[in-house]
Design a protein. Structure first.
Length: 308
């Protein structure tokens, strides 16, 4: 029987921070109390299984609320997490697939699997063309990116925090698919799941400067924290005269924009990229957010695999 540890108090979610309903290009699938987000374009592929977990339907507990925590956290037990994984896969109709997840290290390391590994590998992206494997990444604010090549029957799962995004992990994963499977970027379908939005993700200006050194369009990924009477945003990053206004200590990073830009630059067609507008920090009623909840946050999981 699954057991529960005492957990920190869940932080409240102000109503004015609520994110809009899931877009029409995304659907919600509910099974046995578990709610999963999916992309219809992916769901139409008969041999493909995929899904993005939400907060509901698990045996873990936060302040008397049952939640679907899918990652190792101090307040939860291993037994709970394993039961949550079983429930998640059953809701997907993927109970017969072997879940493969990485020890995520916020890197640009891409792993390829042609069989279930005997141990957990370090890295932040995985690929496979082997039926029966279900690739998974865990997030609680970072961007989960799923890729599928319907022609070559190969899939990838990517964990892209700001460090992985800065290191171009999405671009490098597409490169792996090209080299190992002969995939063409224009044939790929891509989905970016629930991520902390540009509305909430505060980072230091040194992060923006690091992006500016690598991406000519870095200004598109950032915005200043606004008070209402600032001059043009990010003047300091554009090397424009800032007048007497000192540079801000914090800026807002939009991980979804940054990773979508990488997909486009790699050659993925715009119409083949599906990005949810859900923000993990704005919607802790349905999702987990480490930035919003702190140590009491659970972990979401995004998975993709090929049916046996």
């Amino acid at each position: 029987m699954a057991t529960t540890k005492t957990s920190p108090k869940k932080r409240s979610n102000p109503k004015h921070l609520k994110s809009p309903p899931t877009e029409k290009v995304w659907t919600e699938q509910k099974s046995r109390g578990v709610t999963i987000l999916q992309v219809p374009a992916f769901a139409k592929i008969p041999w493909l299984v995929h899904g993005f977990s939400t907060r509901t339907g698990g045996v873990s507990e936060i302040e008397s609320e049952k939640v679907l925590n899918l990652g190792a956290v101090e307040w939860d037990t291993r037994e709970n997490v394993e039961e949550n994984k079983r429930r998640f896969q059953a809701a997907l109709g993927a109970a017969d697939l072997t879940l493969v997840s990485l020890h995520q290290i916020h890197s640009d390391v891409v792993r390829s699997f042609d069989a279930a590994p005997s141990k957990q590998h370090k890295g932040d992206a995985s690929t496979t063309s082997r039926p029966g494997l279900l690739l998974g990444v865990r997030t609680a604010d970072c961007a989960p990116v799923l890729l599928v090549d319907p022609k070559k029957r190969v899939v990838a799962a990517i964990h892209a925090g700001w460090r992985g995004t800065l290191a171009r992990i999405v671009t490098k994963t597409i490169g792996h698919l090209q080299m190992e499977s002969g995939s063409r970027p224009q044939d790929l379908l891509a989905a970016i799941g629930p991520t902390i939005g540009g509305c909430c993700y505060e980072v230091g200006t040194e992060v923006a400067s690091a992006f500016a050194a690598k991406f000519p369009n870095a200004c598109d990924f950032f915005d200043e924290l606004r008070t209402g009477d600032e001059p043009n945003p990010l003047q300091w990053l554009n090397m424009m005269p800032p007048g007497h206004q000192p540079p801000p200590n914090k800026v807002l990073l939009d991980l979804k924009k940054a990773n979508r830009a990488q997909l486009l630059e790699a050659g993925v067609r715009e119409e083949n990229i599906f990005v949810t507008q859900l923000c993990t920090s704005c919607d802790v009623d349905r999702l987990f957010s480490y930035r919003k909840e702190g140590p009491s946050s659970g972990r979401l999981m995004s998975v993709i695999g090929i049916r046996p």
